[in-house]
Design a protein around this ligand. Sequence first.
Ligand code: LLP
Length: 385
Amino acid sequence: MTNRFPTDKFKHIETPFYYYDCNLLRETLQAIHEEARTHADFIVHYAVKANANAKVLKMISRAGMGADCVSGGEIQRCLDSGFPAGSIVYAGVGKADWEINLALDHDIFCFNVESVAELDVINSLAARKGKVANICFRINPDVGAHTHKMITTGLAENKFGIAMQDMVPAIREAERMANIRFIGLHFHIGSQILDMTDYRHLCSRINEIQDGLEEQGIEVRHINVGGGLGIDYERPDSHPIPDFKAYFYVFAHYLKLREGQKLHFELGRAVVGQMGSLITRTLYVKQGTAKQFAIVDAGMTDLIRPALYHARHEIENLSSDGPEQIYDVVGPICESSDVFAKDIPLNTVHRGDLIALRSAGAYGEIMASQYNCRRLPVGYLSDEL
Ligand code: LLP
């Protein structure tokens, strides 16, 4: 039985729901601030796709971070949550015209452009408004990350970004466009990265690219290295705050910034991952022929990561300190992949017990769906309970 969760307060809340630990979020934001501010050229954006809960966004915007958006919906939600438009960067391979127009109307900081076809459209939409759009090209650096194959994005065969050999022609094209201002380069190699050598490889690649561009007289004012810093899913309590020091050190040490250049980061999971848990109630304990199932009221519709990526989230029984037994923890959805964990030890589970799925603050609530006509889970901040 654990004391870290306000289980008394949970008793009256309809399950399943997301619980966000505000103190941990504040400490994490503070840790990022402490590390990043030692480097005057670093600008950190929060990757909104990880968790766009309006109350969470407000806490993050108040901490002074910028925002990294991938849709008009995210841009709008960020503006509503207090992020200054001038701190918003906007990426995505398929930006629709209304989304580009929204971004232009609010004068966001920069579009991270993923193709020349998109550049053309931004140029003409900006021309109609008499505006000049700041753009960075998202370059595919062909650097692999040691992470799940579904979430690496920096390899040559990916749909994301512009291939290195197409970069200079794309920049030249941008320079010819009246309503485009080329300001820099954007990269992102993947997500849940724990091996800092992946980032060292990215730094070396960017250094090579910068040397090449310098020779051609191309000025780059902004470098954006994307996000991807991972969290410890196995030991959320011993590592609640990611090692931001080691992360920023790699870039400070290995990336050769030119005079006056700014370095942008887009961190999602590392900011919000550990502060969130999915809280669910046990509906039934079922004895199968060879297994014991704890059937809970949350399913893959509430947290899809285990079903989609075979991701593991630590699971705890918040209501029992009975002897440990082995369970498969499964949801109610009509899919055999609706399994949160197989053969894990839990304190003896009874009907009604509250179960916590940990490290679920990132890519949890925001990826929920209504499949099976389910209600979407609500997110609660610890401060409001
Ligand atoms: N910047 C770009 C361009 C991205 O594509 C992403 C994530 C980020 C920043 C933020 O990455 P982070 O710091 O959160 O790793 N749903 C998957 C993760 C997908 C990540 C997509 N891109 C999951 O649940 O693991």
